[in-house]
Unconditional design. Sequence first.
Length: 414
Amino acid sequence: VDKMISEVLAKNKAVTNEKEKLKFFPLSNRDAIGIENLRAQIENIARKQEYVNRAVKLKWMQCLDFMLGAKESSHKKEKTPWIPLWRVRKIAADSGIQAASEVDEMLKLFHELGVIVHLTATDSLRNVITTNAQWLVDCFSMVIRDSYLHRYSEDDEKRMEAGGVLDDVNLLFESGILSRDLADFIWDPLNFPKIFSKYGTIMSQVDFLIDLMRRTMLLGDWKFGERNEMFLVPSMINDSSGMDSFEASSTELQCVFRPVLKFLPTGVFERLICLAVAHSATVTGSKLPRLQKNHAMIWIGPEDCMQLSVRSGGSDQYDSAEILLRVSSPDFASKALGILTSMIDKVTFDISVNAMKWDVALTDGVSDKFISRAKAKKKRLKPWFAKSTNQDKQSDSSSANIDISTFLTSLNTE
């Protein structure tokens, strides 16, 4: 095991197990052997981090204490899980922080340290500061849940039927499509007191939650159909759509993205689908996407189709898995590669802090033999590199930490 891990980590920084002279930390789930050693290593590394020793103003710490201890009102016992920005500014002023720019700097620091959650990509995100991350988990789990193991209770579904959203519940579980009506219902604390009562009688924050899920690519706009304000939740997509599976022909153009660490983290492909569907909706004439858990056909315009799939090389779904792009039209190959490269960069930088690297290989459409992207680029292999487009660029962090709408707009201008 140690030899295999050493090979995988050869080109990557990692904290090694110096005590046992290993590249990994063996743990026992039965008797907790190894946990103390791992904890000690984590604490040792943490103490060396710049942010741990950073000096923080006392008035910032006082403001943070007031924020974390804030209640919805003076006669309530429960602490509120989120605070509106206007209230934070008032708390800050009472703590001696008058300048709005200093409040913003303070919130940015505490967000980076993981003490609060405060994103600024949209007004809805900017105006809410989350002080209890468990509230977000509870809210998200009302949408992202297993239809067999964690379907809503009978009492819950009776209330949903009375509220006129039971058909929308079935749509979510069958197709991964969330309606705004259902979001309004399930995120209303009054409809689910058993879950939300511990937070007090808090106000619903549907716009904030939708924007947060959109920003983290847990949800994307679904603009196919007649209903307004519909959203795709890619992790809720299943294999019941009836889309035919198929093998690529030897003349079909293929591109494969292989994680250097030989492991595809859960959520990467789902977020990729989220971005691809959202992009498709911005291009005039795009057809209805055909989606399954590990396979998707997404049109960019009326004719050009990107076929994306997870191809596994191991016994586990994500063990040695890779992302495969297939296109039938040579005229679309260069553009498709550019779009997918930008999207994978976006997902990679946003969820893995630049740590995830990819090996990319392409076919020439004549045979099913793959060659590396570097060699294909050097040879200007047609049709992938027929034009100088955004797939010529090296991966960079330009797409990191920008809002989704800006990113999608950039795809249409490249």
